[in-house]
Design a protein around this ligand. Sequence first.
Ligand code: UDP
Length: 510
Amino acid sequence: RVDAEDAAAAGSNANAAHFVFVPLREQGHLIPAVDTALLLASHGAVCTIVGPPSTAALVRPTVDSAQRSGLQVRLAEFPLDYAASGLPEGADAGDSIPPEHMWSYYRAMALLREPIEIYLRAAHAAPYPTCVVSDFIHPWTTELAANLGVPRLSFFSMCAFGLLCHHNLERFNAWDGVEDPNAPVVVPGLERRFVVTRAQAPGFFRGIPIPCWQEFADYIERARAEADGVIMNTFEEMEPEYVAGYAAARNMKVWTVGPVATYHQTRTTLASTLASRGLRACAVDADECIRWLDGQAPGSVVYVSFGSISRAEPKQVVELGLGLEASGHPFIWVLRNAGDYDEATRAFLGELEARVAGRGLLVRGWAPQLLVLSHDAVGGFVTHCGWNSTLEAVAAGLPVVTWPHFTDQFLNEKLAVEVLGIGVSVGVTEPLTFQAVKKEIVVGREVVEDAVRSVMGAGEEAEERRRRARALAAKARAAAEVGGSSHTNLLDLVKRFQPGAARGAAVSQM
Ligand code: UDP
């Protein structure tokens, strides 16, 4: 299916850079990829976002709204071949891809290469693409870009610090001979000393004892090494040595363009528009949320969310709820899977809600996170350290309670706590989600209470943490403003990938 606007716009952009975005469907990848496309389009580029109908459905409201404001952003959707990929029909229709279908989903995505290529060569998709920007988890886009004869940039909504740690751990074979997944190892090749375990940083798709995943991990690594450059949702001033370090380690240009969520914040103050950036219907009315926040003292509210994938187990829900209640601070607590809980847990939540009426707001489903974080009443964020959430906290000038669940979140925690000095950890040291062997790890109510009190409370240490967070937010704003590093990088991308720009120059080192 091709958007009607595509044909209308074709031909009028002969000299524009045309970026083809191939995002991953998971919200933590999709939201920042779409935001990046919107930012590039707002600087004059044409952007086509390609994907299956289930992805397009999530993106469509945002793309429609960008088109209405005059941006050249298109959405092209391609049906998945369920039969050929082995993906059960409709397995991609839910909130996220179930882990047991992940492999066939990636296979189904790879099968889209040919139809996407045919579409992009057609006249109605003009101007001809000048660059493919693909999520690093779509290694098949190497071939897509090669067949189209254009460069390919890897897109990461991750911090350079985490990427460099992963890269060095792999490059220096840090896990060779380390049997115990919880044995501490110093990340090699960095000036500062950071200690991690294999359980915390096994490498992307590494450590899954199934041959197809090991091959996939190698395929991804090859594709990352062969990319013509990298676009990262971070900003240089926050982690200059790691941005430079990653560019040097990969010997490729890195364009830092973050925080990309500023696309929405600089364009609208309308609650409903900001809320819809979450690409989902919110479980709470955005205006009602604002009214509730308006009634709280500045900096008093703690926002609690574990992102779009992680879910707290019932025992953890009880401990977290009681810890928040005992902290005495007003809170907004997002429970993504509230509907799945047993009766006892639902009853606990109902009773808690009654006890904290007026000072505790439970959101059962999707929350307008960006909107909440940018409200003056919010003073701290209990986060699972997903990179987007971490960066959104940074951009909002908020200190964080760090509670990593899986993948890069442990390294993001290190950045927040050890590098930036804006975080207090609840002390989780092993993955809570996607464990090879299911373990029950529950953070106790006292730990939650203490961590919330130290981030939200008075005292010199807390004040110092807040000062650092505010200073970082000012740097984030400056990076996104005209003349700032991220703004300049966006302009550079749009210029370098114009038709006819020298390809060699486009991908040479900084
Ligand atoms: N998000 C949101 N509302 C929610 C949960 C998540 O708007 O209720 C957004 C959040 O602002 C962030 C993204 O979804 O942009 C989650 O990405 P992140 O990297 O933080 O975590 P992930 O979901 O990938 O674990």
